[in-house]
Design a protein around this ligand. Structure first.
Ligand code: CP
Length: 414
C-alpha cells in the first residue's frame, strides 16, 4: 500500500482519476505512539471526512510479554517504512510527531483494475509470496463464501491458514472493559487478541453489528480492538459497518459484465424475516459512489442508510421507477439505521421481492446478490435461476478480491 496521512490524501487523490482507498484495517504503532493505518475504498471527495480511527483509544500495556518485543520490532520496521515513504513523497514526516496519527492505505482505481485481471488469469502467480506466512481467520459470525474464498486466496499465495470460530470451541470472550468477570465468559478479548497475534502474520476478522448500540457498532469497536492490540495487519472479513471484500468482488463482476461505460446500477432493499446489518449495502454504496456509474438506491421509507455511505446516489422510494432502464440490480435486505429504529424490521412487504414484474422494466438487467439469499423473500426462484442472474460468478470473484488484498498485505509485511 501507499501510505497517506490526512494532509497527503487531498493532494495525491487530486492526481488520480478515481481515488480509491482499500478498506483494510492495518494497524501499526510502537509502545507510546499508536499510529493507525486503516484502508478502504472511497471516492476522493469523501476521503478526508471519512477517516477512521478517530475513536481508537490509546491504552497501552495490553500487549503481553513475551510477545511485546516482537510486536515492537514489527511496528518499528513498519514505522520506518511509512516514514520513508512519507518523507519521499510528501514531506510529511510531521505525521510521526503526533501520538496517534491516522493513516490510510491508498490504491488507485487503475492499480486495482490492473491487478485483478492479472490474478484472475494466473491465480498462483504469487504462490511464493506467502511461503512460511500464516493467515489467521477469526469468525465471530457464520460464513460460507468469506471463509472459503479467503482461505482459497491464502492457498493461492502459498500461505498457511488457521481458522478460529469464536463461538464454537474457543473460550467465550468478554469484550467490555471494567466488567467483573464472574459470568460465563472466562477470557477477555484484550488478552485473547495479542495471543492470537503471536501465532500468525496477518489476521482477518468477521464481526457483525450487534444492534444493541449504534455507536458501539458504528465505531467498529471489535475490529478496532484487533487493530489496536494484535500487533498484526488486520483486515475485515465483514465488520459492523462494511464488507469491503464483497464490494470489491461486486465491482469486479460489474466491470466484467457491463455493456456500456457508465451502466445504471440499482441497489434495492428487499424483505427478510430477520434484521440484517447494513455492512453490505453501506460498502456497496461506498464503492459505487467511487465509480462514475449511474447509481440509484431504492427502499421503503424508514430504511435510509447512513448519509455518509449514500453519498451522491439518487434515492428513489418507488422501486418500479428506480428499476426503469437499469443494467444491474443489486438486491439486499438491511435493518433500519435511523434513530430509535436502529436494528429494527419496519417492513416485510413482499411487493419489494425482486421478480419478473420488476425485472421487465429494466434494460435486461443482470441480477446480483452477495448471498446467502432467501428465495421468494429477496428474489423469486425465476429471477435467480434466469440467465441474467450472475450471483455465482459474483461469489466466484470473492476469491479474486481476497487474493488481491492478501497479496498486498503480504507485500507490505516487514
Ligand atoms: N457474501 C458473504 O459474505 O457470504 P458469507 O456470509 O457466506 O461469507
Amino acid at each position: 500500500f501507499v501510505i497517506h496521512d490526512e494532509h497527503m490524501i487531498g493532494k495525491d487523490l487530486a492526481k488520480a482519476e478515481f481515488g480509491f482507498i482499500l478498506r483494510l484495517f492495518f494497524r501499526i504503532g510502537c509502545e507510546r505512539h499508536r499510529n493507525v493505518v486503516h484502508g478502504r475504498i472511497l471516492h476522493q471527495s469523501s476521503v478526508c471526512r471519512e477517516l477512521w480511527g478517530k475513536n481508537a483509544s490509546n491504552r497501552s500495556g495490553s500487549i503481553v510479554s513475551p510477545h511485546v518485543h516482537n510486536v515492537k520490532r514489527f511496528r518499528c520496521r513498519i514505522l520506518r517504512k511509512c516514514a520513508l515513504f512519507c518523507r519521499k513523497s510528501a514531506k510529511s514526516s510531521h505525521l510521526f510527531r503526533h501520538n496517534r496519527a491516522k493513516l490510510e492505505c491508498f490504491v488507485s482505481y487503475d492499480t486495482i483494475s490492473r491487478e485483478w485481471p492479472e490474478i484472475k488469469k494466473e491465480r498462483f502467480k504469487y504462490v511464493e509470496l506467502g511461503r512460511n506466512k500464516t493467515l489467521m481467520m477469526i469468525f465471530f459470525n457464520s460464513s460460507l463464501r468469506t471463509r472459503l474464498s479467503t482461505q482459497k486466496a491464502a492457498i493461492n499465495l502459498g500461505m498457511n491458514v488457521m481458522v478460529l470460530d469464536i463461538n464454537q470451541g474457543a473460550w467465550k470472550l468478554e469484550t467490555e472493559r471494567g466488567v467483573i468477570m464472574d459470568g460465563d465468559k472466562p477470557e477477555h478479548i484484550l488478552e485473547a487478541i495479542p495471543v492470537m497475534g503471536c501465532y500468525c502474520d496477518i489476521i482477518g476478522v468477521r464481526s457483525f453489528a450487534r444492534f444493541e448500540d449504534r455507536d458501539f457498532d458504528y465505531q467498529e469497536t471489535i475490529i478496532n480492538q484487533f487493530i489496536q492490540y494484535s500487533g498484526r495487519p488486520v483486515f475485515s472479513m465483514e465488520a459492523a459497518t462494511r464488507h469491503p471484500l464483497q464490494s470489491f468482488a461486486d465491482l469486479i463482476t460489474i466491470e466484467e459484465y457491463k455493456k456500456t461505460a457508465r451502466p445504471k446500477v440499482v441497489m434495492t432493499w428487499a424483505p427478510h424475516p430477520r434484521p440484517l446489518p447494513q455492512a453490505v449495502p453501506n460498502s456497496f454504496a461506498e464503492w459505487m459512489n467511487a465509480t462514475d456509474y449511474e447509481f440509484v438506491i431504492t427502499h421503503p421509507e424508514g430504511y435510509e442508510l447512513d448519509p455518509k455511505f449514500v453519498g451522491n446516489a439518487r434515492v428513489e422510494y418507488d422501486q418500479m421507477k428506480a428499476f426503469e432502464g437499469a443494467d444491474f440490480i443489486y438486491a439486499k435486505n438491511w435493518a433500519a439505521y435511523t434513530g430509535d429504529n436502529y436494528g429494527q424490521i419496519l417492513s416485510t412487504d413482499r411487493n419489494w421481492t425482486v421478480g419478473d414484474r420488476q425485472m421487465a422494466v429494466t434494460n435486461n438487467a443482470y441480477f446480483m446478490h452477495c448471498l446467502p439469499v432467501r428465495r421468494n423473500m429477496i428474489v423469486t426462484d425465476d429471477v435467480i435461476e434466469s440467465p441474467q442472474s450472475i450471483v455465482i460468478p459474483e461469489a466466484a470473484n470473492r476469491e479474486i478480491s481476497a487474493t488481491v488484498v492478501l497479496k498486498r498485505l503480504l507485500e507490505n509485511l516487514p
